[in-house]
Design a protein. Sequence first.
Length: 295
Amino acid sequence: MNQVRKLLRTERRTGSSFDLPARRRLWRFHAFDPAADPTPLTDGGIELEHRTGSETMRPTEEPIDWLDDALSDGDRLVLKWFSGGGGNNVHFLERVDGEYRFDGELTSESDLVETLAGLENYLVCEFIEQADYADELFPDTANTLRVLTMYDERAGEAFIPIAIHRIGTGDSVPVDNFSNGGLSAEIDPETGALSAGAEYPHDGVVDWHESHPETGARIEGTAIPGWEQTRDRLLEIAETLSHVPYVGWDLVVTDDGEFQIIEANSYPGVASLQVHRPLLADGRTRRFYRDHGVI
């Protein structure tokens, strides 16, 4: 029994109602064995894995030494702070013709060493190349999808109350975040077609853009290639991870029906979502928030 407790995390499911008698409550088990080999959870463009140990960097190794070995010419890395939001504290590092560029600016190795020394609690990950349609919308940022999932205990399934496509602008570079000046277009849940892009109402008025104000690329009506496969695969992931019932997923679409997850937010902001419509207007969404003590 002790071994079972080590290997399994239990999650209480309440079947058709949160207030079912204890004898009728259902339980769901999730594998949780840190000593096991990594287990892929999705083939939707990226594998969700749990790894143990360090495979990349020794505790005594200097960051610049690791970069010299890991960053090939023409490669880019993204450095993102563990905390915070809104696209703040995100940096981009690339190597071009044997020289480093930090946030697009040429930097000497000694200056880079000093810069890296001032960074603490940062996640370093590969730069993801977005699909052509997203690059055409605005090429100077990764234009990401924010898909909100909720796990419906009554139905025993995950659902998507709303999803948006964020699109960068000159004001938001190097990120696409709504609060930094990026645009937010709602995604049709069935077709993957985009609405017009909303601009953050800094002056209290929402401006809408049928086409990108800088590139001229059409936003309204543009369809995400392979949206149905992306949507269904993400719902499958959300159901596999149903012990985390509320997630704001950030995705980069890389090809038709293919994507990579760059972030999963446990407390996603709603400004970029509710600029399109109030979440509480939907009964299922309202019930989720009520059942979890949010409202």
